[in-house]
Design a protein around this ligand. Sequence first.
Ligand code: ATP
Length: 653
Amino acid sequence: DPSKSKYHPVVDACWAAGAPVPYLALARTLELIEGTSARLKIVDILSNYLRSVIALTPEDLLPSIYMCLNQLAPAYHSLELGIAETYLMKAIGQCTGRSVAQVKSAAARSGDLGRAAELARATQRTMFAPAPLTTRRVFHALRDVARMTGHASVNKKINKIQSLYVACRQSEARYLIRSLEGKLRIGLAEQSVLQALALATATTPPDPDGVKILDASKGLSTEQFKARVDEHALIIKTTYCECPNYESIISVVLQHGVAALPRHCRLTPGVPLKPMLAHPTKGVTEIFDRFEKEQFTCEWKYDGERAQIHVPGDDKPDLTEASIFSRNQENNTSKYPDILRRLPELLKDTVHSCVLDCEAVAYDTETKQILPFQILSTRKRKDAAEADIKVQVCVFVFDLLYFNGEPLVNQPLLRRRELLREHFREKEGSWQFATSADCSGVEEVQQFLDAAVRGSCEGLMVKALSGPNARYDIARRSHNWLKLKKDYLEGVGDTIDVVVIGAYSGRGKRAGAFGGFLLACYDPHSEEYQSLCKIGTGFSDEDLATLTATLNEHIIDAPRSYYRYDASHAPDAWVSARCVWEVRCADLSLSPSHRAAAGLVHADKGISLRFPRFIRVRDDKGPEQATSAQQIAEMYLAQDQVKNTAKNDKKSN
Ligand code: ATP
């Protein structure tokens, strides 16, 4: 029982040293976590389980961590589960002698297919009990299932799933099915997993030499032990940002210990980092409030697609191994053969290896004009042959994150920019440095913003230039980068990225296609999609036809158990949460029926968007990177009207 307060990693584990970790041990841990809401307790429970794994079967540490995160490989390998519910129902039905309709109604009753699967398994007798599942077997089977592609693979997948399902005991079935659905829904955030790993390694350090220390906290004062845990957590979390690859991290932790991580797992060309993100602002004065005492710089904000360009190499760049990653760490190398071919124009002889942060923008080479994002979105997304490329791009380079074997993320932007300008070359229409100005007054920023808009940009990015705040905050939405978009200065400050969860049939001349949609934001804490608004404007007929075709591929029979919506908004078709769209709105208001951010600013009311308009599809964002419930709440509260009302309320009280 890993929720015990004085847990002993060997005595309290349910398996013997060297034996594969039973899947039941993991499932039981997930079950305890699901039943707990206090974050510290969750970290404790998970760290106790991990301590047993480290002490008894360290080779199962990697599958254990991956399974807690419901991840199968580094995010940039794009290996994901998310098996259609109907297939899972079929598998469950066939194993338990039920029809798909029966399984479906059981799932509707419990609101969760995982629980329905667990119940069905519990009441079923088997003649020969299959061998108990192990964590590694389930992990490898999930990987196999995710790798199977094509129509012919459906039956193979179902067979594989059945072979696991029939062997499930107790809550194993619940988590197996949820893993396959693509959502564990136990309220376990990645940061908590990293914290649990820190606590586990600080208490029960892995022992490459076979010296077992089961409880290293003995003999330390509470403060000393806490300091050690904090130190481990800092190392593990920073390393994960630079090198988001559990395979490397876990292998170093087991072989050399946590302290060795910074030496072994560093930012490496070929492993994409999560990008630094910006906070929205609504006006030039907000910038001066933030950067009152600090040096900052303004750059044009180009409207294209983020491109993280990686060039490995020792004493010279290895251009055959160069790659380009999206904002979402997807590999876009085969989308941009033209950019790769032009790399030698950019790199001076002094460059051996680098990682560049850039924006690829559609460009008219004749008129030397930046073209709108809509044009870029017509480019083929994979395996583009250079001869067929019609939309040319110019790459605007705005940051240098790694140079000649050294990560630069902890250097201030001023230094990174110096190195960029010294060792890289511009070529008009092909490679350009982001236009920048180190403005000093409100007037200057305003003029620079106007110039950016005239230059076909979306607005400005305002960045800390020197001092500790000017480092590159990997994976953070940081106040050290502010975005100032031209259109939203008066409104809500930014556009919103929403997930489509349902669609309404079109009427009149739009009959035959969808004409309206139910949109949601994502709440990472509850792992739910919460309805935000209905939308029916901003679409051309052509948009509706293509969007209908895409959504038709994702139609599901019933809403997922992790959709929060009001019955009055039930759409004609539910779709699985896949497609992310960018929308703008007039403002955000409290809503009795929409569920977005419910509980965050008002006990029962949610927030909804007023007058939403469709802008574009965001292929470069996954559903979990849509605007979060927390951000929606922040945007709602930041509105002048809301702020003024709050002030007046205070006064009148
Ligand atoms: P968010 O999650 O912040 O909404 P987003 O992908 O929607 O992210 P924006 O809010 O539009 O992006 O702003 C940040 C994006 O602007 C970057 O991800 C990058 O693609 C783009 N960009 C264009 N020019 C620059 C620049 N000079 N510096 C940084 N980013 C830039």
